[in-house]
Design a binder for this molecule. Structure first.
Ligand SMILES: [Zn+2]
Ligand SMILES: [Zn+2]
Length: 273
């Protein structure tokens, strides 16, 4: 069954699969031709293997692991994965020392130059800084042949600079963390609410929808809503918020653009670009 699924994948097309998304763990798989990377690894090795296997993904073929920031939902399983598969880890220098890695791990610090690219065989990976309450947080734009894919989860707002980094990508994984009213009326302490809604917190559904509409107008065809709060959001509300705003801007979900919602507990399909 699993093999059948994997056999349907067109190997010469880029693909993306969210293996986990949310505050209990994040991991995104990106592949083009024979090159595969993971972005973040916040799962136990055992759980990651179960999910990858479920989608027919061979983790032993991973070429590199990229870290967005040091929060534990993004790095909990980085060291274990890197050691098990002998994979180099690329991370912001400022994150070092704020999560557990071991001396034997092969680590590379992301360049400070905002136009820097890291070549990993058939992929070219460009980090860009985003506002979030970690020591240093990045999103990634990944060039795979003629198509670009971007990942931006964990960001308080979308600056013009961030929007420029995301624009022109065929597929974007974009945070749609919370419904502003659910957060405001919810049971979180006031300080935490302010942190989440703040400029260094997480992107609301409304902010995500605005960005999704701008990106769809700039050519995005697949937008994956990610890092949903279990407390202050639902997949239906996140989806509808973006779908409605897209419609208002003349972009029809299902025809002009496809919206997906990434799940915390199970992997997405393997989405080809
Ligand atoms: Zn996170
Ligand atoms: Zn975070």
């Amino acid at each position: 069954m699993l093999q059948c699924y994997a056999e349907n994948i067109e190997m010469d097309k880029p693909e993306i699969c969210t293996l986990a998304s949310g505050s209990k763990g994040n991991c995104i798989y990106v592949r083009y031709k024979d090159t595969a990377i993971l972005i973040d690894q916040g799962l136990s090795l055992k759980e990651l293997r179960v999910r990858a296997n479920y989608r027919g993904i061979d983790l032993s073929q991973t070429d590199a692991l990229f870290v967005t920031h040091e929060h534990s939902d993004h790095v909990k399983g980085v060291g274990a994965f890197a050691r098990a598969y002998g994979v180099p880890v690329h991370l912001p220098a400022a994150c070092m020392g704020h999560f557990k890695t071991e001396d034997g791990d092969e680590r590379f610090f992301l360049p400070d130059d905002c136009d820097a690219e890291i070549a990993v065989k058939d992929l070219s990976v460009k980090p860009f800084r985003v506002p979030h309450d970690a020591h240093y947080t990045v999103g990634y734009r990944i060039s795979a042949g003629r198509e670009d894919i971007a990942v931006a989860t964990d960001l308080g707002f979308v600056s013009d600079g961030t929007l420029a980094r995301l624009s022109g990508c065929k597929a974007v994984v974009l945070e749609s963390n919370h419904d502003a009213l659910m957060l405001e009326g919810g049971r979180y302490p006031r300080m935490l609410k302010a942190r989440i809604a703040g400029r260094n917190g997480h992107l609301s559904n409304d902010a995500c929808a605005e960005t999704a509409a701008a990106l769809a107008c700039a050519g995005a065809q697949k937008i994956i809503l990610a890092h949903l709060s279990e407390e202050n959001n639902t997949p239906e509300i996140a989806f509808e918020t973006s779908r409605r705003l897209l419609a208002k801007r003349g972009v029809k979900e299902g025809d002009d653009v496809l919206l997906y919602v990434a799940d915390q507990f199970k992997p997405s399909g393997r989405i080809t670009i």
